[in-house]
Design a protein around this ligand. Sequence first.
Ligand code: ATP
Length: 536
Amino acid sequence: GAVICIAILRAAADYTSRVGFFNVGNRIVIQVRNRVFQHLQQLPMKFHDRQRSGDLIVRVTRDVSLLRDVTATAILPLVASSLVLLGMIAVMFWLHWALALLALGIIPLYWISTVRIGRQVRETARKQREREAAMATVVSESIQTIRSIKSLSLEDKKANEFDRHNRKSQKDDVRASRLSLRLSRTVDILLAVSTAIVLWYGAHLVIDGSLTAGELVVFLVYLKRAFKPAQEFAKYTARIAKATAAGDRVINLLERTAEPIDQPNARRPKQLKGDFEFRNVIFGYTSGRPVIANFNLSISAGQLVAVTGPSGAGKSTLLGLLLRLYEPDSGEIFIDGHDAREYSIRALRSSFRVVLQNPVLFAASIKENIAMGSDQPLTDDQISQAAGLALAKNFIEQLPLGFETPIGERGDTLSRGQRQRLAVARAAVHRHGVLLLDEPTTGLDETNRRLVCQSLLQLARGTTTILITHDLRLAAHADQVVYMCDGCVAERGTHQSLMRRRGHYRRQFEQQVASTQLEDSMPSTIAINAASRTGG
Ligand code: ATP
């Protein structure tokens, strides 16, 4: 009866402890993963610019899961086993201190081999985590750019790259397993040596009559139980080493400094007036290479300011600085008379309506994508109005599910021009807010370009608008045109004043007008050529 009761109690205790460990592990993983993901989103753009997406995905998902597995299946059981070990050692000393001392004599050897092999496993596990991250990067990059990969026939190249990382990762995995097996076997031998010594000395004691055979057997049973945690520790070394490597990667991410924290009494304006001033701003993505150099510009509330200039002049960077995606290396940006750093970052960003150069759409319906522009719930009418304003309504209504049509990740199921118009619609649902437009007419045909220009100008009326554009016919409508070169203001004024100046702006404008006229006359030229070829 007692045997059965003990077996039931042990089964119940074992079941409860395993479920308990699993629950604790799960709770830890949920908290850690949430924290890591939130932290990841708060890390500055300079960090994200340099990071590989796959590596970050692996850190948030797989690395955190590894921590859970190990916490549930190795560390917590090991803590329990260690308590058992301490109890057993105490009983062994109580039974026969001299035999106990002999039995534990192998501890230094055990320690040396565990530390030495454990270190090697950890190093191998670290490399393996990096390989896995590299594989994830290849996968995520390939999926994100699948159109280009197919068009440029890069499939084999990417497959080879993946295969290389995959093989190396497997090699590291095998090496880690081999090392861990070596440790287990070394520990087994050490324990056998210890048992043999105890048996040899114990037998002598029994022959001498200072110990009974029964006491020796009891001692050996305790010795075997005491060594069990030691064997388990060796068995789990590889998993713990993997988890340590994964944990290091997670901690490394958590230790990175997040975006500047808002000041205690940070400004949280409901609406910005829209006065901006850049004062001697210097900024570079990498130190010592300024992209914005001693930049000075004032923008009054309600103005439409067009920023133009050659590619790479730093125009989009200006928007990044206004949105506080990056902080100036020196100089100040004043918003409504206050240093931008006095504002709460979140409140400041939500005061802007932004249409970025590469409009980003999310895997949701068209309606949801447009509604993301507002923090208030919107009616269908408001969404439809915004789409109308952005000239997106026609194409949306022609889609099978209209506004409910789901769009693929990154908006891949739409054309570039359609994505652009949805991004403008997203900006249009937000009634107030400074408009930041980065190349909003890119990818549009001439008719749509004109229509979108009209709606943008209507949207910009009475609202401070910073419009980055290469389209100087659109820029000509601005109250102030800024021509940037190498991160500085090269020319500034109204369209008329810049045209009188005969500088870069005028040259660019004339070139654009001339090429548009050429394009306009192209169809007739082609028709004449075709007619002369056919003798018509
Ligand atoms: P375009 O008209 O082609 O869009 P731009 O005037 O908007 O160009 P920016 O995008 O501001 O130019 O880039 C200015 C410079 O900063 C370029 O030399 C570019 O290579 C560099 N740059 C832009 N973004 C980054 C980044 N995230 N990390 C490092 N360098 C960058």
